[in-house]
Design a protein around this ligand. Sequence first.
Ligand code: NAP
Length: 326
Amino acid sequence: MKNARLGDLEVSRIGLGAMTMAGTYTSEGVLDNAESIRTIHRALDLGVTHIDTAEIYGPFLSEEIVGQAVKGRRDQVRIATKFGLVSHSGGGPGVIDSSPANVRTAVEGSLRRLGTDHIDLYYQHRVDPNVPIEETAGAVADLIREGKVLHFGLSEASPETIRRAHTVQPLSALQTEYSLWTRDVEAEILPLLRELGIGFVPYSPLGHGLLTGQIRSVDDFADDDWRKTNPRFTGENFTRNLAIVDTVKEIGAEIGASPAQTALAWILTRGDDIAPIPGTRRVSRVEENTAADGIGLTADQLERLGDLEPAAGERHDEANMASIDR
Ligand SMILES: NC(=O)c1ccc[n+]([C@@H]2O[C@H](COP(=O)([O-])OP(=O)(O)OC[C@H]3O[C@@H](n4cnc5c(N)ncnc54)[C@H](OP(=O)(O)O)[C@@H]3O)[C@@H](O)[C@H]2O)c1
């Protein structure tokens, strides 16, 4: 597996997202922690050295699973996790809080659940409109001085926030949605990251599963599936977005690749400072996704993928869009 550079942090260029191991797209009842742990082990065996989780996934369950899985293999992997979507001063899960006091409380819980004395990459999950980013960056800088955190990242931050944070504590990575159907970051964010020497971690690189070609109807989603209220998966938008998947499928078929592999192979052509984290909780899928490392696309195929129609619908529902720093 080739590596990508996120600032001065080196990771496998395909990572593993551990969010669905704790639900989000599935009801808790169907979760299988043993299979999730096997998935992480298989990823490590295949050369994946970058696992992405967060305090809010579950909450806490995803970090616990990652912690169990890396026991005895901690030095083989870089663990990225996130704070700021659980308020420990009474607000609870889902409440944005990046106050220095909350960051200090959050890190202790994450270290404990992950069974480690350091977090390789610690992200603010969402920008907190009530706390100046300089204060949050200062709190992370303290954790870096103490050795509890090695690298700092932001998620879904605006160009202005990125610049301000980077002045206080240099950032190694920005994590934001990026895939064949979500290319907003190309206009302003990616050029800025390159100017500042910050790496980029595309989340939901498989379009929350749509780009895998396995989803043809939203009727199969569980009632509490997050995608049920996502504008891209509803009504007319969903039907239009299926046409994107059909092209991805067609191009994949030309080279014997699955749609998921084709979507990932495209992202890998975007730069060696980009490290996508496809999410799965199943061994067979981590094998399929990781194999995208060895898949090449021709100039003609890249052009056809580049010419895909933009996705129909906003990438999040209104409430989720409101929490994004723009
Ligand atoms: N910073 C943020 O705000 C943020 C937001 C969202 C996600 N993330 C991170 O990004 C990671 C990935 O994002 P994501 O999970 O939202 O979306 P994704 O990677 O685009 O897609 C994941 C979905 O696709 C399915 N899948 C994966 N590989 C597949 C394959 N080869 N064939 C068929 N289906 C496949 C998964 O199902 P199974 O899991 O059931 O296999 C899951 O439902 C997350 O784990 C998380 O770490 C970060």
